[in-house]
Design a protein around this ligand. Structure first.
Ligand SMILES: NC(=O)c1ccc[n+]([C@@H]2O[C@H](COP(=O)([O-])OP(=O)(O)OC[C@H]3O[C@@H](n4cnc5c(N)ncnc54)[C@H](O)[C@@H]3O)[C@@H](O)[C@H]2O)c1
Length: 302
């Protein structure tokens, strides 16, 4: 199977490319390197430098491809508040460009990485795929709008599609910048001997999933006989930010550091964790790496 990964130079994409190459897939990566960096992966069929906003470049890139995993995206909730139009262009119009090229090029399968942020502050926990959506940021709105286009491309043009709503993915190679997820930010401070900074009381929950489990989910989706389905991809367990800080400090041997508490950030979701029974049942998805194990793996490879 020949697979094109848009955003394949990024955190999730580069792990997925690695795993697929190891399994004997022909893998092409399409990325504008705005965030990701080019890794010379042995066995990579092609690295194509391009932007998902460039329709012709997208079409050229996916000629002859059997499946597309569409990960290219701008990914920061905070940044999206300052740049809503850019988020729309990359995340919505960019996705539409990829979908359209898939239909024209006769691609058999399209897997899309959406986000748990489409639920907003969940009205029920654990959150299910049929729970109400209520985006609270331009980023979340762009992901939900893109999901609608994915579903329409199935209904109108018969494209074989799968949507993943990813929860908090962590692991080695995660970009470390002002927009990084909480695990990468805590880790960078703890490694410098500085206490983690917690916004709010630390009782807010998240559902952390290790990168290897996410890669497994994408591989299952590429091979499963399912279409037009949306799945929560998470570990399926809530962890408070206080618990996360404690585990990280313990594993790093820094128990003497005490987290610093700062005012809660506006718009932060309080509780979020997923019901993953649909993915367990239909994809045979079975996340294996607990938070302690995943963090230990991360710390060991630093
Ligand atoms: N990491 C998470 O916790 C998480 C959670 C929910 C959803 N997601 C989604 O998963 C996908 C991958 O996330 P990630 O964590 O690997 O992010 P990432 O930023 O590491 O990877 C995204 C890649 O897309 C590329 N890209 C950005 N704009 C582009 C454009 N216009 N054209 C071509 N390439 C472009 C970047 O250079 C980068 O390599 C994204 O769609 C993201 O929204 C991630």
């Amino acid at each position: 199977m020949k697979v094109l990964i848009t955003g394949g130079a990024g955190f999730i994409g580069s792990h997925l490319a690695d795993a697929l190459i190891d399994m004997g897939y022909e893998v092409r990566v399409f990325d504008n390197l705005s965030v990701g960096s080019r890794k010379d992966l042995e066995g990579l069929d092609a690295f194509i430098y391009g932007d998902v906003r460039d329709r012709d470049a997208v079409f050229e890139a996916l000629r002859g491809v059997d499946a597309v995993v569409h990960l290219a995206s701008l990914t920061s909730v905070e940044e999206s508040v300052r740049k809503p139009l850019e988020y729309h262009e990359v995340n919505v119009t960019g996705t539409l460009n990829v979908l359209d090229a898939c239909v024209k090029a006769g691609v058999e399968k399209f897997v899309f990485s959406s986000s748990a942020s489409v639920y907003g502050e969940p009205s029920e926990l654990p959150v299910r795929e049929d729970s109400p959506t209520n985006p609270l940021s331009p980023y979340a709105a762009s992901k939900l709008a893109a999901e609608h286009y994915v579903n329409v491309y199935h209904r109108v043009y018969g494209l074989n599609t799968v949507v993943f709503r990813l929860f908090n993915v962590y692991g080695c190679g995660q970009p470390l910048n002002e927009y990084s997820g909480v695990i990468a930010r805590f880790l960078s401070r703890v490694r410098r001997g500085e206490p983690p900074i917690i916004y709010g009381d630390g009782l807010q929950t998240r559902d952390f999933i290790y990168i290897d489990d996410v890669v497994d989910a994408f591989i299952l989706a590429l091979n499963a006989d399912v279409s037009a389905e949306t799945f929560n991809i998470a570990y399926g367990k809530p962890t408070t930010i206080n618990e996360l800080a404690n585990v990280m400090l313990k594993l790093s041997g820094m128990e003497t550091l005490k987290p610093i508490y700062m005012e809660a950030r506006k718009g932060d979701i309080v509780h979020s964790y997923a019901d993953i029974s649909k993915a367990r049942k239909m994809l045979k998805f079975n996340p294996k790496v607990s938070l302690e194990e995943g963090l230990a793996k991360m710390l060991n490879t630093l």
